[in-house]
Design a protein around this ligand. Structure first.
Ligand code: SAM
Length: 272
């Protein structure tokens, strides 16, 4: 179940009702969840489930479920199993035939996206980039041409390096939204071209503190292959029958035949 990413007012009625009703809570860090429960006057048995013990805890949880007990799963903040432990436990419960019900609520990526103004029709949630520079640059290369808004999680001690690598890999003109400390006292949502983001971070050390979601505008327009295919199609259609023009345009420019066929019909329709 989802829990707040900062502002405790974001807990849902349903989350509180479920937390009050279950027999135990499997929590990423029992101290964090105990504090949350205490704030709402709930006392519960807590079972620690983190990336190093998830397999073992899954057995314990399955045994409790088999006894007819009910459990909630929480992470320290936000939605479990989203760049957080939980997926393995959920899969084990499902495989064993126990129902798993989501209790939706806060998630840092979606919160940032909703305030970014960059929520294009499609977005790619990447989560954390690799920590090491070389691996991070390798990971970024295939993202450069994707026409989707890109959403990253980042830690404060890596945000400057990651921004520099994002600029190098994706180009300085794209817009980036740095969403920091969402729902907390020092919440900041700053929007600028990637080329200006390093200077913005450098201007005030406070801007480099806290938890970040980085949202970057996707590559503009159509994928390159489709674009080249369209250009070829426009020339060929003037000289050849439609079917032949589509086949040749696909060979020259790449791109899917079905899409080129659709474009060809559209171009023909627009002919005077
Ligand atoms: N499962 C969580 C969720 O649903 O939001 C995400 C957990 S992930 C381990 C933690 C990362 O989420 C942080 O490093 C940061 O990138 C992002 N994050 C969490 N809380 C945030 C907040 N209040 N403001 C901005 N980013 C946040």
């Amino acid at each position: 179940m989802a829990t707040p990413i900062g502002n405790l007012g974001d807990i849902s009625h349903r989350a509180l009702e479920v937390l009050g009703r279950v027999d135990a809570v499997a929590a990423e860090d029992t101290r964090v969840t105990r504090q949350l429960l205490a704030h709402f006057g709930i006392a519960k048995r807590l079972i620690a489930v983190h990336e190093h013990n998830e397999k073992r805890v899954a057995k314990q949880v399955l045994a409790l479920l088999a006894e007819g007990r009910s459990l909630a799963l929480t992470c320290d903040a936000g939605t479990p199993a989203i760049s957080d432990p939980g997926a393995l436990l959920v899969a084990a419960a499902r495989r064993a035939g126990f129902p798993v019900t989501p209790v939706p609520g806060p998630n840092a990526a979606i919160a940032a996206l909703s305030a970014s103004g960059l929520a294009a029709p499609h977005f790619l949630f990447y989560g954390f980039l690799p920590e090491r520079t070389a691996a991070r640059r390798r990971a970024l290369a295939p993202l450069a041409k994707l026409p989707f808004t890109l959403v990253f999680f980042e830690a404060p001690h890596r945000v400057v390096e990651s921004i520099a690598d994002l600029r190098a890999a994706l180009g300085g003109e794209r817009r980036v939204v740095l969403a920091r400390e969402l729902t907390k006292l020092f919440e900041t949502v700053h929007d600028c071209p990637l080329a200006e983001a390093e200077a913005w971070l450098a201007a005030d050390p406070h801007r480099r503190k806290g938890e970040f979601v980085l949202i970057v505008e996707g590559a503009a327009g159509m994928p390159e292959a489709e674009d080249a295919g369209r250009r070829a199609l426009e020339v060929l259609l003037a000289e050849l029958p439609l079917k032949q023009a589509v086949a040749l345009a696909a060979k020259i420019g790449g791109g899917g035949r079905k899409e080129l066929y659709r474009m060809a019909l559209e171009l023909k329709r627009r002919e005077p």
